[in-house]
Design a binder for this molecule. Structure first.
Ligand code: ADP
Ligand code: MG
Length: 701
């Protein structure tokens, strides 16, 4: 069937009028024959299995039973009436019930004649009953089309209210196959089909909608999932290749005195081999002619800062400026302080630009950036303002990128004619699977090793009822000179309530930890930023022993002397957030603890989150669980929700297929970057068509 035919609007399909077409468009986004073909069932009902009434269980879902009706009666009730049939087989009896269309059914049903019924059973008044069963005479059933598995299509409330039932969708699908004669253009190359032993496109589409048997259904699913993921990978890898070819970067050819001197004289510790590897990868990028676009992933505390610094020094050695952007003022401050400290006496000019920098100081910064006096600008979103212009920005580093939108990233790009090299640092461990699909067009470095001697944080789950014991533990730790975080959830929808929780918690802690023996800091979102900084400062300098806070301290804050993290209402936090919070402790030489406080009542998902936290410190393992529990859309925020538009594949469940798809996509593009060889003509044609009709998932970057 040729491709243009598939672009026919579905109004032309028999059985679809303007109203239905409108409904399909608004409810399911289906506008053309092609869209309808690619509307896949989300499950199948096994029609090969017959139940007997005797083997029904209260938990039985949809069942198919052979039997006959021996009795029919109308039962009057307060609101209208219902029609009740007694249905029996050799093993027992049950009821069939109708509330609608009673007359028609009464007139048409045959008593004492074998039927096959199908539907959902309820357990009611000590009996099984089935409301509005699908019914077919056994004789018709046996002579009819044998479908082993009946597809069930996704639906919406509006669709079922308007009478577009699963049966209707099924009928339309049949009609569509009739009109297209079930012939569809092959969309993968013969080589791929051979090598992977795939079934043809036509067979796959047929069996996904009308599976002949389990085995063919599985083959159809594999083929379609593979294809979907394959073309996404083709797109991502093509993008990456294009960028490397087209977008010239500044080549940082020299490794000069800044880099070497620092490495020789100022490096405060031996780099881990993971850090060395990351630096090597970055150096290779920076030294090439192409623009770097690299994601540096490393768990909290894995030492990303030093890797960033070495990159900054490379920029400097080649006469370029760097801009380092952090998502909060606290973090920008912290980067500023630690970098100043690390490069002391090296003659490097660093400035900090945040929202609270006064106009006069700001103007000086602007001037020094433009005349090149400043080597490194560290800041918050403030660095994105148009007024901020560089003499020669060669490298932009973004910390904790998940807090920045894609649009903001691209604003950094446009500060120069030639885009600076980009290094994005994230402590959110992104499972390989997801990284591969989301950032397929980025290069990735992973720091998968913590600096030596780091003790892993001991994590426990405690019930609110044991709070006094926890308080006693805190007192002991404070006696040893340690500092404590107590964190409360703050989630937008219930902000007022959360705020009250925080204040109540604060008061109860103040009661148990009285002045002057104990000094307490509090930081939350409602405070002015200078007050926050003041409180953070006191805690950082060790003037207060307890820091009560909302999640503002989530990312990056580095206070090595803090050794206990108490998380209140821990069940309300997501896994990655819990892990981030835990990362605030365990930064010094002492054993650190994370205590997850909850009430008694917990959902099973919350229990799994808590169990994961207490059983592992590995950010990647946690991310995998998080991904499984929440799904990719949630994990990455709405920004990347494009992922949810996958039609058949599932990033989590189809991990292996994704890997296969990626392997083949990169192998093919390596040999033939433009897909211009005759052997790949099918791939090129399909890809171009997908892009043209936007039937491909698009990643904005
Ligand atoms: P993150 O990856 O969370 O940004 P940082 O760069 O803040 O981690 O490093 C965390 C802490 O570990 C810092 O105090 C840093 O000085 C220290 N650190 C980093 N790398 C090493 C190393 N190779 N050996 C010892 N300590 C290190
Ligand atoms: Mg950091």
């Amino acid at each position: 069937m040729n491709a243009n035919f598939l672009q026919t609007p579905i109004t032309y399909l028999k059985g679809v009028g303007p109203n239905r077409a409108q409904l399909f468009q608004s409810e399911l986004g289906i506008g053309t024959y092609q869209d309808l073909i690619n509307f896949f069932p989300n499950r199948y009902i096994d029609k090969t299995k017959y139940y007997t009434i005797g083997e029904l269980e209260r938990s039985s879902a949809d069942v198919q039973i052979k039997g006959k009706i021996i009795h029919l009666k109308t039962v009057e009730q307060k609101k209208g009436s219902r029609l009740v049939a007694t249905f029996v087989d050799d093993t027992g009896e049950m009821e069939l019930v109708w509330f609608r269309m009673q007359k028609w059914i009464r007139d048409n049903l045959k008593l004492n004649t074998p039927y096959v019924i199908y539907g959902k059973t309820n357990w009611f008044n000590g009996k099984f009953s089935m409301p509005h069963p699908e019914m077919e005479l056994l004789t018709e059933h046996e002579s009819g089309l044998k479908i082993a598995m009946q597809p069930v299509y996704p639906s919406t409330e509006k669709l079922s209210n308007k009478g577009v039932t699963n049966r209707v969708v099924n009928k339309l699908m049949q009609q569509l196959f009739l009109e297209t004669k079930g012939q569809f253009q092959e969309s993968l190359s013969p080589a791929l089909i051979n090598e992977l032993k795939l079934i043809s496109k036509s067979d796959a589409l047929y069996n996904i909608h009308f599976p002949k048997n389990q085995a063919l259904l599985a083959k159809a699913q594999f083929r379609l999932k593979f294809e979907e993921l394959f073309y996404i990978q083709i797109q991502l890898i093509t993008k990456k290749l294009l960028r490397k070819k087209k977008i010239k970067g500044f080549p940082f050819e020299h490794v000069g005195s800044y880099f070497n001197e620092f490495y020789k004289d100022h490096l405060p510790f031996e780099l881990t081999s993971a850090q060395k590897r990351a630096i090597k990868e970055i150096r290779a990028d920076l030294g090439s002619n192409a623009q770097m676009n690299r994601l540096l992933q490393g768990d909290v505390g894995s030492g990303k800062t030093i890797v960033a610094l070495m990159s900054i020094l490379l920029a400097l050695d080649n006469g370029y400026q760097t801009c380092l952007m952090a998502p909060t003022e606290i973090l920008a401050n912290q980067h500023y302080n630690s970098l100043i400290e690390l490069v002391r006496n090296m003659g490097i000019n660093i400035a900090l630009l945040t929202g609270s920098v006064k106009k006069k100081a700001r103007n000086i910064i602007h001037e020094q950036l433009e005349n090149g006096e400043l080597h490194l600008l560290i800041g918050t979103h403030a660095v994105l303002e148009d007024k901020v212009q560089f003499k020669n920005l060669g490298l932009a580093i973004i910390d904790e990128q998940h807090r920045f939108g894609v649009a903001q990233r691209s604003r950094l790009w446009h500060k120069n004619e030639i885009p600076p090299h980009i290094l994005v640092m994230t402590a959110t461990p992104i499972p390989r699977t997801l990284a591969m699909s989301l950032y397929g067009d980025l290069d990735i470095s992973v720091i998968d090793e913590l600096p030596p001697g780091r003790k892993s944080v001991k994590t426990v789950h405690r019930l609110d009822a044991n709070r006094l014991k926890v308080f006693r533990f805190i007192k002991d730790e404070i006696k040893k000179g340690r500092q404590i975080y107590v964190v409360y959830p703050l989630i937008q929808e219930s902000e007022a309530l959360d705020y009250k929780d925080l204040m109540d918690g604060y008061e109860s802690i103040v009661r148990d930890f009285p002045l002057p023996e104990y000094q307490i800091s509090i930081v939350h979102g409602k405070m002015k930023s200078e007050d926050k900084d003041y409180e953070m400062g006191r805690f950082q300098r060790g003037e207060t022993q307890i820091m009560i806070a909302t999640t503002v301290i989530e990312v990056g804050v580095n206070i090595p002397n803090a050794s206990v993290m108490i998380i209140e209402s821990a069940e309300r936090f997501g896994l990655s957030q819990l892990h981030q919070l835990r990362g605030r402790v365990g930064r010094g030489a002492d054993q650190s603890y994370c205590i997850l406080m909850t009430g008694l009542k917990l959902s099973s998902e919350a229990k799994e989150r808590l169990a994961t936290m207490t059983s592992t410190n590995d950010g990647f393992e946690i991310a995998e669980v998080d991904l499984r529990l929440r799904g990719p859309g949630d994990l990455m925020g709405t920004q990347q929700s494009g992922l949810l538009n996958l039609k058949i594949a599932d990033i989590v469940r189809d991990n292996d297929i994704l890997k296969t798809a990626r392997y083949y996509a990169s192998r093919i593009l390596k040999e033939d970057p433009g897909l211009s060889q005759p052997a790949n003509s099918k791939l090129l044609a399909t890809y171009q068509q997908l892009v043209r009709h936007k039937n491909i998932w698009t990643y904005i970057s």
